[in-house]
Design a protein around this ligand. Structure first.
Ligand SMILES: O=C(O)CCC(=O)C(=O)O
Length: 325
């Protein structure tokens, strides 16, 4: 065989790059292993994290509301551990135990409502406003029943939810879902309008949202237009990086109608070691909360948060404060 007809160099030229890419993906894939915000932040040699103080109320409902204020009267983030009595709080047994079955309580509530969209993504850094454009081939936007069947019901079982494949529905307005609201009636009183504290919940039913996911998902870094509030975790785990609003200058903010969003997914840049972004992050004041089921997180007015959710299911409930007037 003459050298020009020897197929070996050709085969090598085609196969070798694929083999190298495959090996590189296997060995250097940042999405291998457990996600740990603190470990990644420390590895990047960024400013020391303040661990958000945990106040354990053991399902006792009573929170000394002064504990969310500092000496100057500013509110600080806090984790309230044992915010409900988990053995009697309906979402823990009813919502969670039926999740992923034909009798899923949450599926029953949402089936037939066309307004809901489930994002199914082959990457975990996908949330935020751009995820809904439908332009990214890695993100499917499932509308109505097809999405809720995957998210809450047995249709979504055995689809390999993981650190690289996730389904998420966020910011679900639940105020018009009487059975859901009924189950939330026993949320602790500090998450509701209550005359013994001066957090401005206009009305318990005014602003409540549900967040549900399967597999890992990251919200991206942002702050909200409301006045903060509490997020309660029914199921799963959430690692939440937080920054006071004064850090905005160092958080690579987007502009215009996205002015509340950073252009960063911190988890992503830390995992990929995108050091170009570390320069401004060096000037930030980072806080971290690690939430387990049964915890409520207090998010002060306009504080930044990036929420990394884990679990199948991950279920959270927000009650937001609205300043009177
Ligand atoms: O839990 C999440 O995925 C995001 C929560 C959030 O951003 C919020 O409560 O404002």
């Amino acid at each position: 065989m003459s050298p020009s007809t020897n197929p070996r160099p050709l085969v090598t030229a085609i196969i070798l790059p694929f083999a190298v890419a495959l090996l590189a993906k296997f060995f250097f894939d940042p999405q291998q292993g457990e996600f740990d915000f603190e470990e990644l932040w420390v590895r990047a040699k960024l400013p020391q994290i303040t661990k958000i103080e945990v106040i354990n109320i053991n399902g006792g409902d009573i929170l000394d509301i002064d504990s969310i204020y500092d000496a100057s009267g500013n509110t600080l983030p806090r984790v309230i551990r044992g915010a409900t009595n988990m053995s009697t709080f309906p979402p823990h047994n009813k919502w969670k135990s039926s999740f992923g079955t034909e009798d899923s309580f949450l599926l029953e509530q949402f089936r037939g409502h066309q307004g809901f969209m489930t994002l199914v993504s082959e990457m975990i850094y996908f949330r935020g406003t751009d995820a809904f454009t439908g332009k990214d081939p890695k993100i499917k936007v499932l509308k109505g029943d097809s999405g809720v069947d995957w998210l809450f019901g047995s249709e979504g079982n055995s689809r390999g939810w993981s650190r690289r494949k996730t389904a998420y529905m966020g910011l679900i307005d639940i105020r018009d879902f009487p059975e859901i609201m009924n189950d939330l009636d026993s949320l602790p009183t500090f998450m509701r309008k209550d005359s013994s504290h001066n957090l401005q919940y206009g009305d318990h039913h005014q602003s409540m949202a549900l967040w549900v996911g399967r597999g890992d998902a990251d919200s991206g870094l942002h702050f909200d237009t409301n006045f903060g509030g509490f997020m309660y975790l029914v199921s799963g785990r959430k690692q939440v990086m937080m920054f006071p609003n004064e850090d905005a200058a160092y958080l690579y903010m987007r502009g215009g109608s996205h002015r509340m969003e950073s252009s960063l997914f911190l988890g992503d840049i830390l995992e990929r070691r995108d050091e170009k972004k570390y320069e401004l992050l060096q000037k930030t004041t980072p806080y971290l909360a690690v939430m387990e089921a049964g915890d409520a997180l207090y998010i002060p007015n306009k504080w930044f948060h990036e929420v990394y959710s884990q679990g199948n299911p991950s279920i959270g409930v927000s009650a937001w404060i609205h300043q009177a007037g």
